[in-house]
Design a protein around this ligand. Structure first.
Ligand SMILES: Cc1cc2nc3c(=O)[nH]c(=O)nc-3n(C[C@H](O)[C@H](O)[C@H](O)COP(=O)(O)OP(=O)(O)OC[C@H]3O[C@@H](n4cnc5c(N)ncnc54)[C@H](O)[C@@H]3O)c2cc1C
Length: 442
């Protein structure tokens, strides 16, 4: 059989492999092998995606010309950070026809899982081979020509913008990455967008799977990356209420606060979070930046448990599997494994969300006066100063945090406590609450 990507299945089948009853072959759902990872990223962590990606580009020849990257650069990331104001119009997500098999499955889901979170939107999930073809055709025609510039933008008006929604099809191997990359490479579209899209698949998707395999799902790591003693790790997942396979629980920043009800749909008062959460429960989808810079950013700023957040992502998204959700949430989203696979925590305050989205426009909180996200950002830096001070890429933000007056730092901490306590009680954050918390009590 082809090697299963999911650890649980690999573990289940291991005795058959050991007895020689099963032979494991390379999987066509992947474009790279262990040698690419070792030669690109190095044997031991820290591992970096860009080094791996350069190696894979030159080994495969994708977007290469006479041994050099097409256009002279391996990455055009810097050109792909535009905000989106409605023009060009966002791609309209396709719908797929119902058939008797889908209807039977839908009826079963409705009967058995009526009390589960989420909404059934049968016309919106590709299920058949024809649906998969239709989605990929839509992605090529409606998304890829404009994919690059607005890759990081977020909007209440479109959950997709120009993202392709192909992740679940790739993860189920209904679309093979070899074909997706080859067809994208052959398209006449701007190089920055083409490279940006190919990097997601040839770079990030392959890289996170190697990280998962090399660490056995973050179970085998040095303590500096949040690795733990075996006896301690065996307790992972016990009593957490999570019905899935127990996963590793690294947290180099010691974050362990339970996930508030806001992630399950209770209003938080922060429109960015509420919008994204609503979208996830409606569709089981959200694009990369909403996952990283809203859901994970806020969870990290609030010291929420990275493991609980991972399990939430696993439950909530249609494209989630251990090999991809764990590296993305534990590794990239929450800095739970420190610098193992990213150079710094992806955290930001109000200005980032305001610049890259239109969420603030409809928020009851005012980004100029009482939005708490920047307060949370400063409080996060102050709380974790000791853990982050050796990180070169954090030296500027830490220096700015140190320049804040003692009074401001105390106010940041009070806002952090007020916001977290409101969310713990399932209450929305209000401007009044933020302003009150900023004011010293005496
Ligand atoms: C906190 C967090 C959790 C995530 N959880 C998942 C998950 O459970 N399953 C999943 O497939 N992706 C996950 N991702 C990666 C990425 O966000 C999704 O693959 C992407 O948003 C899917 O939407 P799309 O198909 O429209 O992507 P596009 O933007 O159109 O990108 C094209 C493809 O590139 C691949 N890709 C892009 N970034 C990544 C990445 N970081 N890791 C792996 N593949 C990538 C996906 O296959 C995606 O379909 C997560 C990212 C973050 C930050």
């Amino acid at each position: 059989m082809m090697e299963a990507a999911e650890r649980e299945l690999r573990v289940d089948l291991a005795p058959l492999v050991e007895e020689g009853l099963l032979e494991i072959l390379p999987h066509e759902g992947w474009l790279t092998d262990d040698e690419d990872f070792r030669k690109g990223s190095g044997k031991a962590p820290p591992w970096r995606m860009d080094a791996f990606y350069r190696r894979v580009r030159s080994r495969t020849g994708v977007l290469m010309e006479n041994g050099s990257p097409v256009g002279g650069k391996y990455s055009y990331d810097a050109e792909n950070r535009k905000t989106w104001k409605g023009d060009p119009p966002a791609a309209q997500e396709p719908t797929f026809p119902l058939d008797p098999i889908k209807e039977e499955v839908l009826a079963l889901v409705e009967e058995l899982f009526a009390d589960h979170p989420g909404t059934l939107r049968p016309m919106h999930l590709p299920a058949t081979a024809d649906d998969a073809e239709a989605l990929w055709t839509w992605a090529r025609e409606s998304c890829l020509p404009t994919f690059g510039p607005y890759e990081d933008a977020m909007s209440t008006r479109s959950r997709t913008l120009f993202h392709t929604r192909i992740s679940h099809l790739l993860n189920l191997h209904r679309l093979l990455p070899r074909r997706v990359v080859a067809e994208a490479e052959a398209m006449e579209i701007p190089l920055a967008g083409k490279e940006g899209f190919i990097r997601q698949i040839l770079g990030w998707r392959e890289f996170v799977r190697h990280v998962h395999r090399a660490t056995d799902g973050f179970r085998e790591m040095a303590p500096e990356f949040g690795g733990r003693a075996e006896a301690e790790a065996e307790l992972d997942g016990e009593d957490s209420g999570w019905a899935g396979p127990p996963g590793a629980s690294p947290s180099v920043l010691g974050a362990d606060h339970p996930l508030p009800a806001a992630w399950w749909g209770t209003a938080s008062g922060m429109h960015c979070l509420d919008q994204v959460v609503e979208g996830v429960w409606e569709e089981g989808y959200g694009h990369h930046i909403t996952r990283l810079m809203v859901l994970s950013n806020l969870a990290t700023l609030l010291d929420l448990s990275p493991r609980e957040l991972t399990d939430w992502f696993w439950v909530a998204y249609t494209d989630a599997y251990d090999w991809v959700v764990e590296p993305n949430v534990l590794g990239m989203g929450t800095f739970a494994v420190g610098e193992l696979m990213t150079t710094k925590p992806y955290v930001s305050g109000t200005p980032y969300i305001r610049k890259m989205s239109d969420y603030c426009q409809e928020c009851a909180l005012d980004p100029d006066t009482n939005c708490p996200i920047s307060d949370l950002y400063w409080a996060f830096l102050a709380r974790h100063e000791e853990a982050l001070k050796g990180n070169r890429r954090m030296s500027l933000p830490l220096a700015s945090m140190r320049r804040r007056s003692t009074g401001k730092k105390e106010a940041d901490r009070r806002v952090f406590e007020a916001v977290r306590s409101a969310l713990d009680q399932g209450e929305p954050v209000t401007g009044e609450m933020v302003e009150r918390a900023r004011t010293p009590s005496d």
